[in-house]
Design a protein around this ligand. Structure first.
Ligand SMILES: NC(=O)c1ccc[n+]([C@@H]2O[C@H](COP(=O)([O-])OP(=O)(O)OC[C@H]3O[C@@H](n4cnc5c(N)ncnc54)[C@H](OP(=O)(O)O)[C@@H]3O)[C@@H](O)[C@H]2O)c1
Length: 329
């Protein structure tokens, strides 16, 4: 029997990526592709090349007939629909921020809203696959990480695991404009983004900082500068940390040995957005600076794949006990 799934928000940037990857998965049937404003159209009318599946409204989705629901919705809307799906017994994989923070108080502080179902926060598994695989097995509620946190946390994880992170970590991160989603805003028009590199939420104001800080568990302080790069997709984080003693390449290579989706480049090679475009990979390069006492870690992902839809499917593969790479190669 195939896993019966729905995507709520199938016409958004991450929803479309998910449709593509589910098509390549032999164990999944996409029963409903739901959206809000393009009802009556088929997926391929919205995104040429997609299957000709009719789009439905979120209200038309019958959760009692589903195994898994992917939420590709803005935060706040996600928690509302997540509750309906969970109550009907579905597994929920949420790509929004609604289940990522463990404290309802922090959620209110960061998102300016009371969480409608704070009791769910302690039930959610944070879906950074490589770091939480045991908890993801058979998980019913998965909080897919943000794209910036995926690139930053994977870049720091080997150091954190060995207790080598200390002091202040500077994360200088660039994202393609698709990171902001498909809704129209002046700042994301081609004319504003092209041939520009625009920092935003400077001064640790970006919401993802709280998520990263939570997941670092107090191991280090974090200074985060996000920037919009003049491209549609891709994400690159340059991470500046204190240089620990020892062989950093050896440490990272050992930590990620056997991981299908994390690749540590050999010494001398430099990770770039091109290393990961359209893939579920995180590619990391390491640049020790002994004279300055610093280590530069460069971490590249595709924000729409490892940073969103790809990792969501990777998490379902783990939860179901399927090969982790199914649908993702
Ligand atoms: N883009 C990324 O790189 C990325 C990475 C990681 C996580 N995320 C998170 O994933 C979620 C989806 O992001 P996205 O970039 O795919 O967004 P998007 O392109 O703006 O798409 C949002 C989707 O949700 C629907 N929608 C919007 N508001 C809704 C509402 N109030 N009720 C019901 N449906 C609604 C939209 O349908 P209509 O267009 O028909 O209104 C659309 O299908 C967000 O929470 C985002 O933060 C995004």
């Amino acid at each position: 029997m195939k896993e019966r799934v729905a995507i709520l928000g199938a016409t958004g940037y991450s929803g479309r990526e998910l449709v593509e990857r589910l098509r390549r998965h032999s164990g999944i049937e996409l029963v409903w592709a739901a959206c809000r404003s393009e009802l009556g159209k088929t997926l391929d009318q919205v995104q040429p090349g997609s299957p000709p599946q009719l789009l439905c409204s979120l209200d038309e989705v019958d959760f009692s007939q589903l195994d898994t629901v992917f939420l590709c919705l803005p935060h706040a809307a996600s928690a509302e629909w997540g509750e309906r799906a969970l109550a009907a017994g579905c597994r929920v994989i949420d790509l929004s921020a609604d289940y990522r923070l463990r404290s309802a108080e922090l959620y209110k502080q960061v998102y300016g809203l009371e969480h409608p179902h704070p009791e769910r926060l302690s039930q959610a598994v944070y879906g950074l696959t490589e770091l939480h695989r045991p908890q993801l097995k058979r998980a019913r509620l998965i909080a897919n990480p943000g794209c910036y946190p995926t690139s930053v946390l994977l870049g720091l994880a080997p150091l954190k695991a060995r207790g080598l992170l200390k002091g202040l970590v500077v994360a200088d991160s660039k994202s393609g404009v698709s990171g902001a989603g498909r809704s129209a805003t002046l700042a994301n028009l081609h004319g504003e983004v092209a041939e520009n590199l625009r920092p935003y939420a400077v001064g640790d104001k970006h919401r993802h900082r709280s998520e990263m800080f939570q997941e670092l568990g107090g191991a280090a302080d974090l200074l985060f500068v996000p920037q919009v790069a003049p491209c549609f997709r891709g994400m690159l984080s340059n991470l500046y940390v204190d240089l620990p003693e020892g062989d950093m390449h050896g440490l990272y290579a050992e930590f990620y040995a056997g991981e299908p989706f994390v690749k540590v480049l050999p010494p001398g090679e430099i990770a770039s957005m091109a290393h990961t475009r359209q893939t579920n990979l995180c590619v990391i390069s390491l640049h020790p600076m002994p004279e300055q006492g610093k280590l530069i870690v460069i971490s590249s992902i595709d924000n729409l794949v490892k940073g969103a839809a790809g990792q969501a499917l990777q998490n379902l593969n783990v939860a179901r006990g399927w090969p982790e790479t199914e649908g993702l190669l």
